[in-house]
Design a protein around this ligand. Sequence first.
Ligand code: ATP
Ligand code: MG
Length: 326
Amino acid sequence: MTLLAIEQLNVWFDLDGGRQLHAVRGVDLSLDAGERVGLVGESGCGKSTTVLAVMGLLPPNASVSGRILLDGKDLLEQGERSMVPHRWRDVAMVFQGAMNALNPVRTVGDQIREPIELHGIATGERAQARVGELLELVGIPATAGARYPHEFSGGMRQRASIAMALACKPKVLLADEPTTALDVMVQAQILQLLMSLSDELGLTLLLVTHDLPVVAQTCGRAAVMYAGQIVESGPIDELFHDPRHPYTRLLFAATPDLVGTDEVVSIPGAPPPLDRPIQGCPFQPRCPAAFDRCLQEDPALRPVSAFHRAACHLNEVAAGMGRGVR
Ligand SMILES: Nc1ncnc2c1ncn2[C@@H]1O[C@H](COP(=O)(O)OP(=O)(O)OP(=O)(O)O)[C@@H](O)[C@H]1O
Ligand SMILES: [Mg+2]
């Protein structure tokens, strides 16, 4: 059953000189209750903007259109007001770089206690007990709450940030780059933690990352974002074995762990600037398979199988010939 549905989400940022940057361009993404979905793409493609829009926490220079449905209720209907009762209580977020944003002069326990008291979950000794529970839930001894962030390792600080996000027992957790800047061993532990939290608490997880192997290890389904749009989405196995967008294929090729080679291949070129109109397919200038139509027409995200969608003209050409993008 769908718990969170993002429909035709657009986000624009006002820039100096009256210009606008169209950061999120018609994103559709839904999460079933208890599901783990990865949102993956290069830096600047609009991942954080998408999740901040869901939280209603975009900066004042942003404007938004579309629908964000939680249990069928539109969180954008009355602007930020509709989201307030649900923020942290139903949908919570671990911010990008959260582990480095802990206040250095307050103990970790005090910082976890703050959302508990702020949202009226508990006060006094009961709040203190909840801090201990949350720390243990994320694999930190309750007594470590008396320590300061600099006394924690990077992995422990990230665990504490996750504990903070879970303070109000949310149904959905949006985790923005939760393993970036951690070494591989600690990264694996944090991913394991997120998986066990989603299994044990029935937590629905949207895992935002630029790292496709992270999604492959953690999520059943992924959405690939490019230049503010979802260009492919589907079960992770299907994306891996039968990618239907050249960008997804190149992303997998650029990740040595998944293809059994040590050589990291980077994708040549850069995404288009988002502060001016994009003609045709946004990936076309970097696409090894681009043809005339790609210069003219932005391909729509279309089904290529029951649960798999891709936005590439080659699929329509290939459908006529009975094969996919290769
Ligand atoms: N407050 C802002 N004002 C203007 N432009 C912004 C603002 N925040 C983000 N942007 C722009 O919006 C686009 C999307 O940014 P966003 O941070 O969502 O990307 P991202 O996919 O999360 O990237 P990263 O992987 O680096 O975190 C980028 O072009 C970025 O420069
Ligand atoms: Mg980001």
